[in-house]
Design a protein around this ligand. Sequence first.
Ligand code: NAD
Length: 285
Amino acid sequence: MQILDGKKLSQKIELNVAKEVEALKATTGRVPGLAVILVGNDPASQAYVSMKKKACDRVGFYSVSHEMPESISQEAIEETIKMMNQNPNIDGILIQLPLPSQIDTTKLLELVDPSKDVDGFHPYNVGRLTTGLDGFVPCTPLGVMELLKEYDIEVKGKNCCVVGASNIVGKPMAALLLNANATVEICHIFTDDLKKHTLQADMIFVGAGVINLITADMVKEGAVVVDIGINRAEDGKLVGDVDFQNVAPKCSYITPVPGGVGPMTIAMLLANTLKAAQLHAGSAE
Ligand code: NAD
């Protein structure tokens, strides 16, 4: 069994991004800029935004966060997005989700300029992903694909079971795997007999948000298991959706939580923002 070390790979990617930032600065005089919109006081969202800001600083990006109260109106957030769409110093716009219930999230995501949609949530980019065209791809599944590539894990022709079907994780994960010529099954909360599906899989990708959802009896010997879940256990520790201790011995490769997919998500946000900046500067390869 081998660990898929997302922490190590994310550091390597960060170094590359930092080098590219220097090159962009030398040729165009500008650095990539990321705007983050954070609404309310959710501690998890605040922690994610703070991690993203620190990562931007490490690679030399310009970053700005727009922090708004829980009671903010739809119109006020829309105005901020429109301003960021117009701002030439901003290449990427990230709306930290989830948003309060009075806010129409879909409308906001559709308002983001698709060329600044570094989260890949705009329907334009979703459409490009499902048709196999270049665009912005959601950071978490993109990070999973980079991890597989780093460890030379072939996806083509493999039976892949994606557990979780959200727009952020499961659906784009399935689209990327399908684009890479895997045979893909998507399971979700209404799937009958989850084990029947996971047991057939050469590779399992789980992002459901349920502690210990995937147990050893659900995994084929030699499978690759990618744990995208991030949950807070009763003792306060971060854990994934996989019963790591018992599943790991059966796997050929497995991601840990923390240190697996999580750091890759932030690395891909940096990579996507760099890509947006290069496109805006007309210096994309
Ligand atoms: P979500 O609640 O939007 O979606 C969860 C999905 O899992 C749904 O499709 C649901 O049908 C499915 N599901 C729930 N319970 C299930 C069950 N018992 N059996 C089968 N399917 C089930 O959540 P999300 O935003 O997609 O996030 C999923 C998980 O991934 C969470 O733990 C979240 O914290 C984590 N996450 C991690 C990263 C990262 O960087 N590693 C990024 C985003 C989300």
